[in-house]
Design a binder for this molecule. Sequence first.
Ligand code: G3P
Ligand code: CA
Length: 351
Amino acid sequence: MPYRSVTVPAIACAMLAGVAFLPVGTSAAPLADRPLVIAHRGASNYLPEHTMEAYRLAVQMRADFIEPDLFLTADGVLVARHDRSLNATTNVQQVAASDPDLFAKGTQVGANRQYYVDTLTYADIQKLSATSRGGAAYSNPATSPYYDGTESFAVPTFYDVLDYVYDLYSTTGRIVGVYPEVKTVSGNAAYNLAIADAMLTALADPKYGGFFDGRFNNVFLQSFDQSIVQHLAANSDLPVVYLTSCPTAAAAADAIAQYAAGIGISTGQATQACIDRAHAAGLLVHAYTVSLANAALHDTLYARGVDGIFSNAPDLAVASRDALYPVPEPASLALLGLGVAGLLAARRRLA
Ligand code: G3P
Ligand code: CA
C-alpha cells in the first residue's frame, strides 16, 4: 500500500505566513510534505561508514533517517555492514594476521583472503575496528574534521542502532527514523530470508514498546531483491522500498506499487520523467547516493521532487532540502500566532 506521510502542522502555518514551499521554477513536488534526508551509512563522508559515531553525527546534522545495511553473523547476530566481506571496511586482515582462529575462518579467493560476515561470529567481529573504504564519497581521516585515524570504531549490531534511536526518543522526544536494508548473498535464499526475518523480529522487540511499528512514520524497509521486498511487504505493515531501476512504463510502476511503498533508484536514473511516472503510480522516490563528490545533486534532485535522498553528507542534504522546502523559525511561528490572534480580534470588533 502506498505510504503517505502525516501532515506537518508547521507546514500549514508557514503557508499561512506566505512561505514558499516549492522550488521556484519547478512543477515537481514530493509526495510527502517535505523530502527526507537519509544518512547513507551514517554521515559516511565524515566518519567510517556504519559506525555508531557516523550515525550519531548524522543525527547531529539533523538527518531524518539513518541507514544501516544488514548481514547476519554465523551465530545469528544482525550487524551493520554494506559488504559481505569485511576486508574493505574493517582491519580484519591485520587482526587475522596474528589470530590463527580468525585466519582459519577466512576464504581464499584468488590471491586474497576474504573474511565474510556470515562465516564469522559476533565475538570475532567484536575484535575488529571499522575503517573507511576511502575514495571521494567516503571519509578520509586526513581531511575529515571529525576524526584523525587513531580512533577505534566498533561494528554495531542492529540492536545498537535501534537502542540508540529509541533512547534518543525516550530522553529527548526527537524521532529519528531507521531505514534498514536487507543485504543478500547470491544463491543463498534461506540466509537472505533469515536476515529479513531477524530484522522484523528486532523492530518488533517488546522492549521498544511499538516505537518501530510504523505509527511514527519512522521506519522504511528496503532491499534490492524483489522476493525479499515482497516477503517484507507480506509479513509487515511497515513501508517497503524496492531498490530497482526506474520503471519504464506506467504499468511497470503500477505493478511495483502493488507491494512496495516506493522505489529507491540511483541518481543517474532519477530523471524528471522517472520521478513523475513513479509518483503517478503512488510510489515514493528515494534516490541514492549523493556525497561531497557530487553535492550539487542535492539541489537538482530535491528540485525534481524526489521524496528523499540517501546522502553521505547529511549536513549538505539538510541545507539543500531546507532551502528549497523551508520551515518557519519558532519566532516566526510565534509572530504568526500573534498576527492571527490580532486578526481574529479585529474581525470580532468589526462584526
Ligand atoms: O539503500 C540505498 C542505497 O544504499 C543502495 O546502495 O549499495 O549503498 O546499499 P548501497
Ligand atoms: Ca544501502
